[in-house]
Ligand binder design. Structure first.
Ligand SMILES: NC(=O)c1ccc[n+]([C@@H]2O[C@H](COP(=O)([O-])OP(=O)(O)OC[C@H]3O[C@@H](n4cnc5c(N)ncnc54)[C@H](OP(=O)(O)O)[C@@H]3O)[C@@H](O)[C@H]2O)c1
Length: 281
C-alpha cells in the first residue's frame, strides 16, 4: 500500500506543543513572568492552577484565563512555609484531580552590595527561591510519580551560570536551582518525569523596573547582549510551552537560557566598529 508521507507527517505534527487535557500549576502568578508563563500554557490548551500569598489578588487574572477557554483554579501559597506548601499542593491536586506540569516560578530578589547583605536578606532569598522550589517540587512529584508522568520547570536565571555584582545571594539561589534541576532529573526520571531549568536573562518586571528607568544602565546592559535588547516576557512563551509539552520528552536535567545571548560572556575582543566597516589590516 502506498503511504502518503506528507499527510501522515502533517497529521502527526498537528498536535505538536498541544497541552489539551494537561493541568499546569504555575507558582507566583499575581504579576510578572508567572502570568506570562500561565497565559502561554493556557493558549497551548492547558488547564491552570494559579498561586499567590494573597489569593484574592488572582481574581482578575483568573477571569482573563477563563476567557481563553481555560479551566482555572487559584490557591494560596507561601513557599516559605512548609504547612502552606502542603495545603496548597493538596488543594491544587484536588482542583482538577492531578498536576501534570509544574512551573516553579515564585521568587524574589534583594539587590545590595555584598558587604551590606544581612543574615535576614540571605535567609529570605534562599528560603524563597531555593528551599521553596525544592519543597514545592517534592510535594507535586509525589502525585506525578504515582501517575508516571510529569514536567517540572524550575525557573532559574542567567545568574545560574554567571556572576553579577549586587546579586550574590540571588545568584547562589539560582545556581542552586540549576544543580537541583540536575539532581531531581536523576531522582525522578525513572518515573517518567522530566525536570528542566528555564533561565531568563534580563526581563523588565515589577521585581526590577527601577533598574530599567535608568537609561545609562539599560544602554550598558544592551551593549552586553548579542541580540541588543532586554527580554520581552513573551520571548519565554515558546520555551515554556516546549518544556511543558510532549515534544521535550527526551530532555531532562537541562538549563535552557533565554537571554539574548548575554550568558556567552559577550565581551568585545575588538575595538567597536560599525557592522560592514572595512576590516583593520
Ligand atoms: N524578571 C527577570 O528579569 C527575571 C530573570 C530571571 C529570573 N527571574 C525569576 O522569575 C521569577 C518571576 O520573576 P518576576 O520578575 O516576574 O518577579 P515578580 O514580578 O516580583 O513576581 C514574583 C512572584 O512570586 C511570588 N512570590 C514571591 N515570594 C513568594 C513566596 N514567599 N511564596 C509564594 N509566592 C511568592 C509573588 O506572589 P505574591 O507576592 O502575590 O505572593 C509574585 O507572583 C522569579 O523567581 C525571578 O527571580 C526573573
Amino acid at each position: 500500500m502506498k503511504t502518503d508521507i506528507s499527510s501522515s507527517a502533517s497529521s502527526q505534527h498537528s498536535s505538536f506543543f498541544d497541552l489539551t487535557n494537561r493541568v499546569a500549576l504555575v507558582t507566583g502568578t499575581s504579576r510578572g513572568l508567572g502570568q506570562y508563563f500561565a497565559r502561554a500554557l493556557a493558549r497551548a490548551g492547558a488547564d491552570l492552577i494559579l498561586t499567590s500569598r494573597n489569593k484574592a489578588s488572582l481574581q482578575a487574572f483568573e477571569s482573563e484565563l477563563r476567557e481563553l477557554g481555560c479551566r482555572c483554579a487559584s490557591v494560596s501559597l507561601d513557599v516559605c512555609s512548609e504547612q502552606s506548601i502542603q495545603a496548597a499542593i493538596s488543594d491544587a491536586s484536588a482542583a482538577f484531580g492531578k498536576i501534570d506540569i509544574l512551573v516553579n516560578n515564585a521568587g524574589m530578589n534583594i539587590r545590595k552590595p555584598a558587604t551590606e547583605v544581612t543574615w535576614e536578606d540571605w535567609n529570605q532569598i534562599l528560603d524563597t527561591n531555593l528551599r521553596g522550589s525544592f519543597f514545592v517540587a517534592q510535594a507535586v512529584a509525589k502525585g506525578m510519580i504515582k501517575r508516571e508522568y510529569g514536567r517540572i520547570i524550575n525557573i532559574g536565571s542567567v545568574t545560574s551560570v554567571a556572576g553579577y555584582a549586587g546579586l550574590g545571594p540571588y545568584g547562589a539561589s539560582r545556581g542552586g536551582i540549576r544543580q537541583l534541576t540536575m539532581s531531581l532529573a536523576d531522582d525522578w526520571g525513572p518515573h517518567g518525569i522530566t525536570v528542566n531549568c528555564l533561565a531568563p536573562g534580563w526581563f523588565k518586571t515589577a521585581q526590577n523596573k527601577v533598574m530599567y528607568e535608568n537609561k545609562e544602565w539599560v544602554q550598558y546592559l544592551c551593549d552586553r547582549i548579542p541580540l541588543k535588547r532586554p527580554g520581552r516576557p513573551d520571548d519565554l512563551d515558546g520555551p515554556v510551552v516546549f518544556l511543558a509539552s510532549e515534544e521535550s520528552r527526551y530532555v531532562t536535567g537541562q538549563i535552557l537560557l533565554v537571554d539574548g545571548g548575554i550568558s556567552t560572556g559577550a565581551t568585545r575582543a575588538l575595538p567597536a566598529s560599525p557592522v560592514g566597516a572595512p576590516k583593520a589590516t
